[in-house]
Design a binder for this molecule. Structure first.
Ligand code: UDP
Length: 452
């Protein structure tokens, strides 16, 4: 019997990386289910979390998945507290098992390509070993990709010595630089964006041969976001939203692992209360490190860190959810009218697709770049100002920005209109003859050519 053409995909830890890669696989198979199977080989730190299992359980049967044996969590704690080296180390420690799985796949299937996350690039040599082509599925936008491809040049000329947040000798800088240097070596880069959203960055990438040699093809196939699930049993957040007026609720969430200091958590609580607007807030245990819950999840109950009496006082005004909420279902719900977000790329795209204006509150990584795109270029978000002395965004400022997007003011309505226009443009990009569908089809042909 003829073996089915198979593509192996290797995400790195973190929902912000796993979710878009799974959604990319689903999109590819929605258009090309007769041509391919996809096999996910997932490096892990400890057993998969309930939210990971819930995500995996919804996969269609032509996407196979294997959790690679968990690596020793102590190795990560000892070596670095930052998610970038942690993600890279997790993949690095998983390489022997990954090689075994690829070997098994290549004996059972017609394995043609390895699709890696930017932070899984330590596995790139395996594509050469198995004589298959290699791709990156880049989990942020075209501007961030351009920045990453240019970074080795900046590093050589030392332009970023002052501006980059980490010293040149730090493990974060070294890990990021090494991924940037490997990126041009792949056959192609899949990027989750669309022409209307980032026209200049996409053009620069497609024309930017001088940036890096060799120069892989770039496929802007987005926006790829999860579809809201039609659940038979209604989730607590959705049930609560069902009872709220249209576009009345501000959704507050800092991605899959963003964290704030105790003082900042208190100010958000008081600011939301002061605004008088309805809210649905995903709360985390406070931390001085903004991404402490990213790779290694939190186990404590975060509600106990809210100001005393807050939950009781605001029970008519808001809903507080510990650690995780069904974000896509919330953003797609008609009662949601705004999103206070850390501007992770997936959250950004999900808000755009569902036409929800934002309060941009970037915390780490390329989120500041995304925030500038949303506030200055696209003008679909407002950005709160931190206090000049301690950087904390105070309650009055929070209440002010909440009102700016949630009140029916001219400014709020204009932002809503602009993000709705972007949402419409996203739908066009993904339509039958849209730019992203065409890019996806080019990519599928590439995969198929390799299989002959
Ligand atoms: N997410 C979710 N519920 C939560 C927090 C996050 O479903 O309570 C999902 C969100 O919809 C998005 C992803 O997790 O798809 C977060 O990715 P993003 O790029 O926004 O941020 P990151 O987690 O990488 O910082």
């Amino acid at each position: 019997m003829e073996k089915k053409t198979c593509i192996a995909m290797v995400p790195c830890p973190g929902h912000g990386h796993l979710i878009p890669l799974l959604e990319f696989a689903k999109l590819l198979l929605r258009h090309h289910s007769h041509d391919f199977n996809v096999a996910f080989l997932i490096p892990t730190v400890g057993p998969p979390s309930p939210s990971t299992i819930a995500i995996i359980n919804t996969l269609p049967s032509n996407i196979h998945f294997t959790f690679l044996p968990p690596i020793n969590i102590q190795d990560l704690h000892l070596q670095s507290p930052h998610p970038v080296p942690q993600m890279i180390l997790t993949v690095r420690h998983s390489l022997p098992c990954l090689k075994q799985e690829l070997s098994s796949l290549s004996s059972r299937t017609n394995l043609v390509a390895l699709v890696l996350d930017f932070f899984s690039l330590d596995a790139l040599h395996l594509a050469n070993e198995f004589k298959i082509s290699s791709y990156i599925a880049f989990s942020s936008g075209a501007a961030a990709l351009y920045f990453s491809l240019s970074f080795p040049k900046f590093d050589e000329s030392r332009i970023f010595q002052i501006r980059f947040s980490f010293p040149r000798t730090s493990d974060v800088y070294t890990a990021y630089l090494s991924a940037c240097k490997k990126s041009p070596l792949v056959d192609g880069i899949i990027v989750n964006t669309f022409n209307h959203l980032e026209p200049e960055a996409i053009r620069a990438l497609q024309q930017g041969k001088e940036l890096h040699t060799p120069s892989p093809s770039v496929y802007p196939v987005g926006p790829i976001v999860a579809q809201p699930k039609q659940k038979s049993e209604v989730d607590e957040c959705v049930a609560w939203l069902n009872h709220q007026p249209s576009k009345s609720v501000l959704y507050v969430c800092f991605g899959s692992g963003g964290t704030l200091s105790q003082e900042q958590v208190n100010e958000i609580a008081f600011g939301l209360e002061l605004s008088g607007h309805k809210f649905l807030w995903v709360v985390r245990v406070p931390s001085e490190i903004p991404n402490s819950g990213y790779v290694i999840g939190q186990t404590e109950d975060p509600i106990q860190y809210l100001p005393p009496g807050f939950v009781n006082r605001t029970k008519e005004q808001g809903l507080v959810v510990p650690s995780w909420a069904p974000q896509v279902e919330i953003l797609a719900h008609g009662s949601t009218g705004g999103f206070l977000s850390h501007c992770g790329w997936n959250s950004t795209l999900e808000s755009i697709v569902h036409g929800v204006p934002m309060i941009a509150w970037p915390l780490f990584a390329e989120q500041r770049m995304n925030a500038i795109l949303l506030t200055d270029e696209l003008r679909v978000a407002v950005r709160p100002q931190g206090d000049e002395e301690d950087g904390i965004v105070k309650r009055d400022e929070i209440a002010k920005v909440v009102k700016r997007i949630m009140d029916h003011s001219e400014e709020g309505l204009e932002m809503r209109k602009r993000i709705q226009d972007l949402s419409d443009a996203a739908a066009v990009a993904l339509s039958e003859n849209g730019s992203s569908t065409k890019a996806l089809s080019c990519l599928a042909h590439e995969f198929l050519n390799k299989s002959i």
